[in-house]
Design a protein. Structure first.
Length: 472
């Protein structure tokens, strides 16, 4: 049996890490029907023979000796990336790393590290992990792993060696400030869970930030809600701010579960494949964990894929007010198909739609209230001066909604626009550009500060609080 892994993938900024959302589904030999087999015509085999001829010529005559493995990997990746920006070939190493990142857990020690002067430096141990229990401290320098020198390894290689099978041991040699001799520490690897939830009580308002929809997100959200309700007091709690800014996506089942956290009923999202019968719908179950309190969702141009599923569901059901700037517009679904020991292919197989039946592909989600996030002067030359969206990615899928016009996202119109109605002007204002920047200092976070004032009644807007009686 071959496994299929459906995922929502988005690469929001060139050079940034890709975040994947996937679920497991069986795929048996029944999928290889006679009809599918007949699709391979004589033309298909002729083109395959052409590939074989070119492959053989490159192997024999290229100026340097290439490896067959690299040539095949490049050919597979070229075939897939020519389809759209999100289809690609994953090498065995890339596939394994993607699985670790999206599951949110791995066998390891529980330390955040960086590289400094060729050695591994501890940024901080993670609470309640083997490294924390063993007394590893921030700023410790790791010089040896199982008596093998770290110098000469890059950070990825060093991290790979510290990770491993749960229950196995590793010996770290550590140099610590103000300690004369190196320290040897034996640590047994355990399951390390990566939290993607950051939460805090801002007086009478619960603030929850989700940085990625990994396998731990929903459990982390439930714990954060319970913790904040207890800390603030259910009788004092005015509402929740859910921060999805610069969140590139995550697991599909996690985005559904997190949407369901704030909903009592109704559709959350649907996915539609090439064939009309390839439609899947996902629904909320009874039980709003936030007890109907007002909700604000913060989004920006870095909010993509799974983030847009949550924002779209809560917006369509009028469960939340969206504040910030227009989202990225990643509305396609990829399927990861493992290839045994040869990695996997990542193939776009469907689009997803919000509960109102709207595709956000190459379009994005427009906030109810646009608030521009100002940049510090020292960062202004580091951020683009216009939106970096799905619509601007080369080879992106077009939005197939009949009444959707995405030309303004990808190609500015040369002609002057006709007179706009007040409603059209308001819509255009909400689609304005804002840098996808989230300040670390709360007082400089323009979007967060507006949300707080709105919830405390210091600001007013017709879009807040959201009126669920008007849900679509």
């Amino acid at each position: 049996m071959i496994r299929k892994i459906s995922l929502l993938l988005c690469g929001v900024v060139v050079g940034a890490g890709l975040s994947s959302t996937f679920t497991y589904a069986p795929w048996t030999s029944a999928d290889l029907t006679i009809g599918n087999a007949k699709a391979a015509t004589s033309d298909t085999f002729r083109h395959i023979n052409l590939f074989g001829d070119v492959f053989e010529r490159v192997r024999k005559e290229y100026v340097e000796q290439p490896t067959d493995k690299d040539l095949i990997a490049a050919a597979l990746n070229g075939m897939l990336t020519s389809l759209d920006p999100h289809s690609s070939y994953l090498s065995p190493e890339s596939f394994e790393e993607m699985a670790v990142e999206t599951s949110g857990e791995f066998g390891g020690l529980g330390i955040q590290v960086t590289m400094e002067n060729g050695l591994v430096k501890v940024i901080s141990p993670i609470d309640d992990t083997p490294a924390h229990a063993a007394g590893i401290l921030a700023d410790d320098i790791i010089t040896h792993l199982d008596d093998e020198a770290v110098r000469g390894l890059n950070l990825t290689e060093a991290v790979d060696r510290m990770r491993g099978k749960v229950g196995t041991k590793i010996t770290l040699t550590i140099v610590r400030k103000d300690v004369e001799k190196p320290i040897k520490v034996d640590i047994t690897r355990e399951i390390i869970k990566i939290s993607s939830i950051r939460s805090k009580a801002l007086d009478d308002i619960a603030y929850i930030r989700i940085t990625q929809f990994n396998g731990q997100a929903f459990d982390g959200l439930k714990k954060a809600i319970a913790k904040l309700e207890k800390e603030i007091g259910s009788n004092k709690l005015k509402g929740f701010i859910l921060d999805l800014r610069s969140n590139p996506g995550g697991q599909l089942d996690q985005s559904i579960a997190i949407s369901d956290t704030f909903l009592d009923q109704g559709e959350i999202v649907s996915t539609r494949g090439r064939n009309k019968d390839e439609v899947k719908r996902y629904y909320a179950r009874a039980g709003d964990l936030t007890k109907g309190l007002p909700v604000v969702v913060l989004i920006n141009g870095g909010s993509a894929s799974a983030s847009e599923i949550v924002a779209g569901a809560l917006s369509d059901h009028n469960r939340a007010t969206l504040i910030g700037s227009k989202s990225f517009g990643k509305g396609s679904v990829q399927t990861i198909i493992p290839l045994g020991n040869n990695g996997a292919i990542r193939l776009t197989t469907a689009r997803y739609y919000t509960p109102s039946g709207t595709s956000i592909q190459a379009k994005g989600i427009v906030p109810d209230i646009f608030i521009k996030q100002e940049l510090p002067d020292e960062l202004k030359d580091r951020f683009p001066q216009e939106s970096q969206t799905e619509a601007k990615l080369r080879g992106h899928l077009e939005n197939t909604d009949k009444q959707t016009d995405t030309a303004s996202d990808s190609e500015p119109k040369a002609e002057a626009e006709p007179d706009l109605s007040d409603e059209e002007k308001a819509q255009k204002a909400r689609e304005a550009y804002s840098p996808s920047y989230v300040p670390s200092e709360e007082d400089k976070d323009t979007q967060l500060q507006y949300a707080l004032k709105l919830m405390r009644g210091e600001e007013s807007n017709a879009a807040f609080p959201a009126n669920q009686s008007n849900a679509q």
